[in-house]
Design a protein around this ligand. Structure first.
Ligand SMILES: Nc1ncnc2c1ncn2[C@@H]1O[C@H](COP(=O)(O)OP(=O)(O)OP(=O)(O)O)[C@@H](O)[C@H]1O
Ligand SMILES: [Mg+2]
Length: 339
């Protein structure tokens, strides 16, 4: 006879054994405290840790493996075992951008478990999209949301609650509630930005966060790490930061969004003369990249899916209005063609 436990295991839903760090074998209050100082507040984040990361807490390699293993056994196996990859793919959820056209090039919306990067010039709509996603994530699944909260790491002080209120009204949501479900932090330096993400796992869990925004990912790094000789350390830090974000996205099945500016490529004669800041590291770790640019005039923006693990390149338009991110109507399209 199959027991209930075995049945659950078969479905990839293992009952949680450990709720708090102190419940894990080999972790006493002092070690738990040190782990928290290192940014590991939850069993989920320990399940995604490497043994080396636990070293500063005075934990030997052997003990670290045992702790990580125990943590892994406690959370859904579908996030861990390679043979469960398919199941992991099946648990991917999608979040609407607010524009059907933009959702279409993304095959239904932004995915959980990966990072989506929006890059483009000043005023191309990166932050506006981030605002819209913070509202949309709170919608129920039948409206393209994830019934979750949003976490906004703002590096340029451009987050505006007024915009959230406008967008909420348009969707018939109570702005007061919507604003309550957005957890905001301003990052003052690149180190502070990293610190915030390193210490966020508990907040994610407590608040059912389903969307993390880092707007902008690269601005601080770009202004602090100047010159060629600092490039290597900048890339190393960015790499670490992005990997932290990916791990959170996987551990908590959430959508991660970063924005990025573009730099002019003076040596390019053919193709695009701009490219996103951060070079290869950001490019390789962010799974889906969307290039945003302004149309000739007005509220219309052009979005191009530049790279995705499995989707073809595609281009669509949307517009930014008082209501937020919206589709361009057929009438508007033909009107602009006639111009
Ligand atoms: N309330 C609004 N109604 C209509 N359009 C708006 C509104 N608020 C912002 N916009 C549009 O969004 C643009 C700003 O876009 P956004 O802040 O997303 O740019 P960005 O890509 O984040 O730029 P940066 O690189 O400077 O951060 C404005 O120029 C305007 O066209
Ligand atoms: Mg912006």
């Amino acid at each position: 006879m199959v027991t209930e436990e075995e049945e659950k295991k078969e479905e990839g839903v293992i009952k949680k054994k450990y709720e708090f760090l102190e419940d894990l074998p080999g972790i006493g209050p002092a070690t738990a405290q040190k782990l928290r100082e290192l940014g590991f507040h939850t069993v989920e984040s320990l399940a995604m840790a490497t043994a080396r990361e636990l070293e500063p807490a005075g934990i030997s390699e052997k003990k670290a493996f045992a702790i990580i293993d125990a943590a892994r056994s406690s959370i859904s196996v579908s996030f861990i075992r390679a043979d469960e990859l398919l199941k992991m793919r099946q648990s991917v959820l999608r979040l609407t951008t607010g524009s059907k056209a933009l959702d279409k090039i993304l095959d239904g919306g932004l995915e959980t478990q990966t990072i989506t990067e929006f890059y483009g010039e000043y005023g191309s709509g990166k932050s506006q999209l981030c605002h819209q996603l913070c509202v949309n994530v709170q919608l129920p699944p039948e409206r393209g949301g994830l019934c979750g909260a949003a976490l906004y790491i703002d590096t340029e002080n451009t987050f505006r609650t007024e915009r959230i209120v406008q967008m909420s009204h348009h969707l018939g949501l109570d702005p007061e509630q919507v604003v309550k479900n957005i957890i905001y932090a301003e990052a003052y330096t690149s180190d502070h930005q990293m610190f915030l993400l390193d210490n966020v796992d508990d907040i994610i869990k407590q608040n059912n966060v389903k969307l993390i925004i880092v707007d902008s990912l690269t601005a601080h790094f770009r202004s602090e790490y100047l010159g060629r000789e600092m490039l290597a350390s900048r890339q190393q830090k960015l790499n670490k930061h992005m990997h932290k974000l990916i791990r959170l996205a996987r551990a908590f099945n959430l959508v991660a969004v970063v924005t990025n500016q573009v730099m002019a490529k003076p040596d390019v004669f053919f193709g695009d003369a701009v490219h996103p800041v951060g070079g290869h590291i950001v490019g390789h770790t962010s799974h889906t990249r969307i290039y945003l640019r302004r149309a000739a005039h007005g509220p219309v923006r052009i979005a191009r899916l530049v790279s995705s693990p499995y989707l073809p390149e595609g281009e669509e338009i949307f517009k930014i209005t008082e209501n937020g991110i919206e589709d361009v109507s057929e009438e508007e399209k033909s009107r602009s063609r006639g111009r």
